[in-house]
Ligand binder design. Structure first.
Ligand SMILES: Nc1ncnc2c1ncn2[C@@H]1O[C@H](COP(=O)(O)OP(=O)(O)OP(=O)(O)O)[C@@H](O)[C@H]1O
Ligand SMILES: [Mg+2]
Length: 239
């Protein structure tokens, strides 16, 4: 059996005196797609921040791609081929689209030889970015910024990609493009962990899914199982 791409055991994390995660357990098979759903404030963004070294792991274990991550810096984690598309996009507003994309590879010696190939993949996923290569990122629309944020993470040549609310603020058509692109990224063999408000679409894409409530996993199953679950439908799908 191949090793899971991500194993999380008893993860606790928070901010100062506020504890947010209370023992999260997860296992994500290599090459699979996990959707994380949950109400506002459940701790989804905090989970991704702890996995990417932006906030410390207080208790518990995290193994990504076979390596223990606890205690590593965000830079060390990204060098270990764990990519992050943060909530809110966080581009360099005064740099061009191309410069923002290349920033994803620039500080990663291992990703540089694959920068050409990865840039071609990004432009294939998001043709609009090729057209706008020279545009200053601060002048892009919200949807275009989201494409750059995903593209920049892909430039770091991840094997595990953690994506936080990519459809936030996008029109249905652009959100649909972003979901299609995530499906394509997963089909290239990248393990994807997706946090999303668009529960319907993310459960349709996902192999496995978990519901995070008050900082712990309350329910898990395949995407299809959770999509059919009456409690999930009542809480997260207005159907
Ligand atoms: N920097 C911070 N300092 C203090 N508390 C924070 C900080 N960031 C988040 N929190 C708190 O941690 C809790 C979990 O927040 P988190 O951002 O992880 O939620 P979320 O599940 O991503 O929600 P959303 O769906 O609204 O994005 C919330 O109560 C939030 O107020
Ligand atoms: Mg969030």
């Amino acid at each position: 059996m191949t090793e899971p791409a991500l194993v999380v055991r008893g993860l606790e994390a928070g901010y100062g005196k506020i504890q947010v995660l209370w023992g999260v357990d997860l296992e994500v098979a290599a090459g699979s797609f996990l959707a994380v759903i949950g109400a506002n404030g459940a701790g989804k963004t905090t989970l991704l921040r702890a996995l990417t070294g932006l906030i410390p792991v207080r208790r518990g274990e995290v193994h990504a791609l076979g390596r223990p991550l606890r205690g590593l810096s965000a830079a060390q984690i990204v060098r270990g081929r764990v990519g992050h598309v943060p909530e809110g996009r966080q581009l360099f507003p005064l740099m061009t689209v191309r410069e923002n994309l290349d920033a994803g590879a620039d500080y990663l010696p291992a990703a540089r030889p694959r920068a050409e190939r990865n840039r071609a993949l990004v432009y294939e996923l998001f043709p609009r970015l090729r057209e706008r290569e020279g545009q200053i990122a601060g002048t892009l629309s919200g949807g275009e910024r989201q494409m750059v944020a995903i593209g920049r993470a892909l430039m770091s040549d991840p094997k595990l990609l953690l994506v936080d609310e990519p459809s936030l603020g996008l029109s249905p058509a652009l959100a649909s493009d972003v979901f299609t692109a995530l499906g394509q990224i997963a089909s290239e063999g990248v393990t994807v962990v997706l946090v999303e408000q668009n529960v319907q679409r993310s459960l349709q894409l996902a192999d496995q899914a978990v519901v995070l409530e008050h900082g712990a996993v309350r329910q898990r199953g395949t995407g299809a199982e959770l999509l059919a679950d009456p409690a999930v439908r009542a809480a997260y799908l207005s159907l």
